[in-house]
Design a binder for this molecule. Structure first.
Ligand code: ZN
Length: 281
């Protein structure tokens, strides 16, 4: 078979893949096991951690990891070890990559009023991992690039070579580009349940959406990326309120809205060295 024909076959395979996928890349891709997802996430987070201006302050990381893991324990039954990072960026954003690596920007922490608002953001990102949105998104990106995805070299346990590294970056770019609107809605819906189960008032999610809406009027550049990758806040408020009314225990007066621990965490984050302007993103 000539090289050209091989390419043609591969391209055909790719089209079949995409046509049959309908949003679920796993329809044509090998199912990624949890162990493979954890490995892929570890490799990928190592790479992006070299690129991102991360906060190193231990007390800050301890707080966000305690909070995040408390929520993740109620969410993901696969035993994935979750790790939470704070990005030293004033831009309002948070994102998740496969294998339980979750990033939240200091710009979002500093603009939150109480613990339940940040708990809501973490719960939403945990939802993307627990519902396998992040790994599906990465697989879909790989399928779109090559029928025989380079990332499986990584998944199968070999050290990534240069080409495979490039493949990971492409997949990661897809995660950064955002999830489908359906995935976003699902992450919001499951986040309400996680919050109630971990003892947080889910109204914190609604409060944060309303806050970001106000921020869009006052400082549009800080939330531009957020609004480009998430459904409108009006829709999210309405859907989240509906999910809250369906969730048993969501009105319980004992659910936590704020803690002193959060207030000192936020003050600590606000006092950190400002974002280096040359690495700002
Ligand atoms: Zn999301």
């Amino acid at each position: 078979m000539s090289l050209a024909l091989t390419r043609k076959v591969r391209r055909t395979a790719m089209v079949v893949c995409l046509a049959g996928a309908g949003g679920a890349a796993t329809a044509c891709a090998p199912q990624v096991t949890t162990q493979q997802e954890v490995q892929l996430g570890a490799d990928y987070s190592r790479q992006i951690n070299q690129q991102l201006p991360l906060v190193r302050d231990q007390a800050t990381l301890q707080y966000v990891n305690n909070l995040g893991r408390r929520i993740a324990a109620t969410a993901d039954q696969r035993g994935i070890p979750y790790t939470f990072y704070v990005v030293n960026s004033d831009v309002v954003n948070a994102f998740a990559i496969p294998g339980g690596h979750i990033y939240i920007n200091r710009g979002l922490i500093e603009r939150a009023d109480n613990e339940s608002q940040i708990a809501g953001v973490l719960a939403h990102e945990i939802g993307h991992v627990a519902q396998r949105h992040s790994i599906t998104q990465m697989q879909r990106a790989q399928n779109a690039n090559t029928a025989l995805s380079v990332v499986y070299g990584v998944l199968l346990g070999r050290n990534p070579g240069a080409i495979e590294q490039a493949g990971i970056q492409v997949g990661g770019g897809a995660v950064f580009a955002g999830y489908t609107r359906d995935a976003e809605r699902e992450a919001d819906a499951v986040a309400v349940g996680y919050m109630v189960r971990s003892g947080y008032n889910p109204q914190g999610m609604v409060q944060l959406f309303q806050k970001l809406q106000q921020l869009q009027q006052r400082q549009p550049s800080t939330v531009e990326r957020w609004f480009a990758t998430h459904p409108s806040e009006q829709e999210r408020v309405a859907n989240t309120q509906a999910a809250i009314s369906r969730t048993p225990g969501a009105q319980n007066a004992n659910l936590v809205t704020d803690t002193r621990g959060f207030q000192s965490f936020r003050a600590r984050v606000a006092a950190l060295q400002p974002v280096p302007t040359d690495r700002r993103r």
